[in-house]
Each structure stands twice: as C-alpha cells, then as structure tokens.
Design a protein around this ligand. Structure first.
Ligand code: TRP
Length: 361
C-alpha cells in the first residue's frame, strides 16, 4: 500500500510557533525523508468559513499568508502538493454521502464540537456547517487515501471520527476507503504549546502567539514579557518549571547546540531546570536564553519567507497547480466510492444488461 500524507490548516491567520512544533516541522521532515509516495498539504478555507461565514475577506487574505509560512518552513511544491480546499468540489460530494453514516448524537459527542458548543453558547443555534465539519474533515482525509495525518493533539477527535466513518463505509459498501493514522509529535512539550501568557493554547484572539513571521524585536518583546512562575519572586526563591511556559518552550525548541552556544555553563536543559528549582536563577537569564534559541530557529524561516514574498504571483501559481493535482486524486477516489455505493449508473455495463433482461420477460 502507498504511504500518503494529508494534513492542513485553517487560513484564519498567520501560522505561529505552536503550529510549527505541533505539525509543520514534522511535515517538512517527513517530506524530506523520501519515505512517502504522496504528500498533500491543504489550506482549509472551506472549513475556516464554517465559523467565519460573515468574514470571507479574512480567509481570502490569509490564504497567501499560510502559503508563505508553508514555503518558508521548507514545504517544497516539487515534493508536496500544496492546495486550497474549496477548489476540490469532490470533497463536498463525499461529505454529503458521509453524512448518512454519522448520527447527530455522535457529532455532539465529538470533544472538539462539544467544547465549541459550550464555549460559544451555541446550544441549538449552532450552524449546521460548523456542527458537521468533522464529517467534511473525514472527506479531506479519505479523498487522498491518506495513511498518515500529522497534526497537533487537538485534532485527535477528528481523526478518530474519520476512522469511524471509514469503518462504517467499508462495512456497508465494501472495502473502499483507507483508514488513516494520526501522527502526533514525539516531544511532549510540542503536543500543545501554551501561549506566552501561560494559557493552555496559543490563539490569535488571546494575543498570546509568537508568529513565524514576527520580527526579531517582536519576538524578543514577547519572550521578555512571557508569563513564568508567579511564586518565583526573587532570584533566590525556588522556582517551578511545570506549567511555566518559558521552560515548556525550551523543552520544545532548545538543543544541546543552543546550550553550547549561549549557556555553556549548563550542559543541558535538565541542569538549567534543576538550578531554577533550587533557587538562585533569575527569569531574565532564562528568558534571554529562550530568546536566543527562538531567534536561531525563526531567523531562517523569516528570511526564506521574505524571498517568497517577492514573487506573490508565483505563490498563487503553486496553489493553483497543486489544486489541479489534488482534484485529480480526489476525483479518482470519488469514482471508487460511487462504484461501491452503486451510484455509477452510466459506467456500469452490467447494470444496463441486467435491466434489459428485467424488462424483456
Ligand atoms: N481542522 C484543522 C485545523 O483546525 C484543519 C484541517 C482541515 C485538517 N481538514 C484537515 C487537518 C484534514 C488535517 C487533516 O487546523
């Protein structure tokens, strides 16, 4: 069986370091490993519209931002198909048939949908499109016969729901769809990178993100004002590293080389953490180190982005070409689905022959 990757992001803003460690970095590694037969990276504009239906301009503006972030991180259109979800109408057709395989009760139990309903006080007023986006996400994944979906932990309920739809489809209509596997980051800290304010998640609306396209000064300002351990008041006080986002970021980003280069008095992060917990290590010193680490990681990304920004028409061309390739793949899968569902009336010679017999007796 072919090894195929599909993953993507909603174009609701520029991508941030949470996206980077949660999935982007891994995608680039997988792309360059040469172990995958096909790689599809999708800008999920149609999904973004499910909760931004009144703001299509925002989505429109952010498509190119996300594409630039992709290219800046090293996704290579020669190796990965970069495309836009709304340009693949086959996905809507698939979603329509998958809707028959999922109950309202099951969707209400989807942890992501459930939290959103509570958080936004939707109750019964939830838009149907938003309520059913897990089904459309199943179409995104299965259309490309993806075996592997590299995503952050927050997407786990979506992959689970997709696997259920695949089982149900294959059970009812015969073995057709490929069951995908989720690929989560190995590093615990990368599963869900907290915001710079220590809140559980980075989110544009909370203003607690470090973006891949942030300037050097911006990154520094954000790092130096980061939330740390509120009980660590004086340098001598023993500090906590758990729940302290500065250390979570170091867990996610720092390497032995960073220590060698910027903090040679410590061998590794374990030693730095031990000192902090013992007391006698100030936040400013740790933050300065984190700033150096992040600058090293983000500088090459920002510089590559600047290069791609010089030729925006070329970026659109990449997405346009990618969307054509993606559409070909999705339409092949849809033909197989329709065959399995027996709704391929004009391609099925046997059907016509049997009908002739039926009407001749
Ligand atoms: N739900 C994803 C997000 O919010 C985006 C997405 C849409 C996606 N379809 C997908 C991710 C299919 C992986 C596979 O970021």
């Amino acid at each position: 069986m072919k090894k195929i990757i599909l993953t993507g992001d909603r174009p609701t803003g520029c991508l941030h370091v949470g996206h980077y460690v949660g999935s982007l970095k891994r995608r680039v590694e997988l792309q360059n490993s040469g172990e995958y037969d096909e790689i599809y990276i999708m800008i999920a504009d149609a999904q973004a519209l499910t909760d931004n239906m009144d703001n299509p301009e925002k989505i429109r503006q952010n498509i190119v931002e996300v594409a630039l972030d992709y290219l800046a991180c090293g996704l290579d259109p020669e190796k990965s198909v970069l495309f836009i979800q709304s340009q693949i109408p086959e996905l809507c057709e698939m979603s329509f048939y998958y809707m028959n395989l999922v109950t309202v009760a099951r969707l209400k139990r989807n942890p992501t949908v459930k939290t959103e309903i509570q958080m936004r006080n939707f109750e019964e007023r939830i838009p149907v499109g938003f309520f059913t986006y897990p089904i459309s996400q199943a179409a995104d994944i299965t259309a490309f016969q993806a075996t592997t979906v590299p995503v952050g932990e927050d997407q786990a309920p979506m992959i689970e729901q997709t696997r259920e739809i695949v089982h149900r489809f294959n059970h009812v209509y015969g073995e057709t769809l490929v069951e995908p596997n989720i690929l989560l980051p190995d590093n615990q800290a990368c599963l869900r990178l907290p915001g710079t304010d220590g809140k559980a998640k980075m989110s544009k609306s909370l203003g607690n993100c470090i973006y891949l396209s942030d300037t050097e000064e911006n990154i520094k300002k954000k790092v130096m004002t980061m939330f740390t351990d509120p009980t660590h008041l004086r340098v001598e006080d023993p500090g906590h590293v758990e729940g302290n986002p500065v250390f979570t970021y170091l867990d996610a980003f720092s390497t032995a080389q960073h220590f060698e280069k910027y903090l040679p008095e410590y061998k590794n992060l374990e030693e730095l953490k031990a000192h902090y917990m013992r007391g006698g290590l100030g936040d400013v010193k740790v933050k300065k180190f984190l700033n150096n680490v992040l600058q090293d990681v983000l500088r090459p990304i920002r510089e590559r982005r600047k290069e791609f920004e010089k030729d925006i028409p070329a970026v659109y061309k990449i997405l346009e070409k990618g969307s054509i390739v993606a559409r070909e793949k999705a339409s092949k899968t849809l033909i197989q689905m329709k065959q399995a569902m027996k709704i391929n009336y004009f391609e099925d010679k046997e059907l016509i022959e049997n009908q002739i017999k039926k009407f001749n007796i």
